[in-house]
Design a protein around this ligand. Structure first.
Ligand code: AMP
Ligand code: MN
Ligand code: MN
Ligand code: MN
Length: 293
């Protein structure tokens, strides 16, 4: 299987639930052959400055990004904001609100876990989050550490997933609101990992239509670990709704069997790569962008 390693537009650092600091992530991406990289932490741009500085040292082109959690039809979608101005006030206000929701949710998760017999989960998860924004993987790591689960996947299965004792109903920004922040910050919104929401085909089409109608410009057609059939399914969705195509590993940590930086299948030849939007654009920071369709 040949991989195209030059572009990776979906990665996480210690600013959210990744395990590499931004500079270490950029170094690893450069070593893997990535030339165009986006750092897209959950609901925060706190890792961007360090990544930009490291990218300069490594000769990697770095796009500021974010992965915003969205509530649509009582379900959670992940919307990537690519090539945003990370300091834009509208985006900054929005992400501050998302961070407050994460804090409140973490308290609710910990309260539910306490009732299920797991003590001190908030402090435990916060230790794993460090300076980063708190996310469910931090609870999962604490559940493993405290002997309540065998590994992170087991912790999700037993405690954190829908219907389990540590699950709380998410209340994130709406699709329109989140895409609005991204547009205000001059970025392109890309719907992340369209095949990983557990949707039927009909629901997947509904979600993609709603995303496109709300101003979304791209779909993550190639995602980490996707097989040929997955890429074709996602490509068909992008074609159907006239969306540009993004590619991203969704890298969180070294050692994952299939989610490695730059280990991505090539895009089908007829797709419009989302980075086409930025070709010939000499500005490195802000500026409003038009998606080429
Ligand atoms: P949150 O945004 O706080 O709800 O956390 C979502 C993150 O948890 C995702 O971005 C993944 O990194 C991770 N995650 C979700 N489901 C699982 C799972 N079943 N096993 C391992 N990690 C998961
Ligand atoms: Mn994550
Ligand atoms: Mn995601
Ligand atoms: Mn992600």
């Amino acid at each position: 299987m040949a991989f195209d390693s030059t572009v990776d537009l979906h990665t996480h650092t210690t600013a959210s639930d990744g395990t590499l600091a931004p500079a270490a992530l950029v170094a690893r991406a450069a070593a893997q052959g990535v030339r165009l990289l986006a750092v897209t932490d959950h609901d925060t741009v706190a890792g961007v400055d360090e990544a930009v500085a490291a990218a300069r040292r490594h000769g990697v082109r770095l796009l500021a990004g974010v992965e915003i959690s969205v509530t649509w039809e009582r379900r959670t979608l992940h919307v990537l904001g690519l090539r945003i101005d990370p300091a834009h006030p509208s985006l900054e206000r929005g992400l501050t609100a998302q961070a407050a929701r994460r804090t409140a949710r973490a308290e609710a998760i910990a309260a539910r876990l306490a009732r299920a017999g797991v003590a001190d989960a908030l402090a435990g998860a916060r230790r794993w989050a460090g300076d980063g924004l708190i996310a469910r993987p931090h609870f999962a790591r604490y559940l493993v550490e405290s002997g309540h689960a065998g590994d992170v996947a087991d912790a999700f299965r037993r405690f954190l997933r829908h219907g389990r004792p540590g699950h709380v109903v998410d209340e994130w920004a709406t699709l329109e609101t989140a895409i609005g922040w991204i547009a205000d910050a001059g970025g392109v919104a890309a719907l992340a990992h369209p095949l990983r929401y557990g949707f039927t085909n009909a629901w997947r089409r509904r979600a993609t239509a709603a995303f496109q109608q709300a101003g979304g410009g791209a779909l993550e057609v190639v995602t980490g670990g996707a097989g040929h059939g997955d890429v074709e399914s996602a490509a068909a969705l992008a074609r159907r709704f006239g969306l540009a195509a993004s590619v991203g590993s969704d890298f969180h940590e070294p050692g994952h069997p299939w989610r490695e930086l730059g280990r991505l299948r090539p895009l089908p030849g007829d797709m419009t790569p989302v980075w086409r939007c930025w070709e010939g654009d000499k500005k490195s920071g802000t500026g409003h962008l038009k998606v080429v369709k």
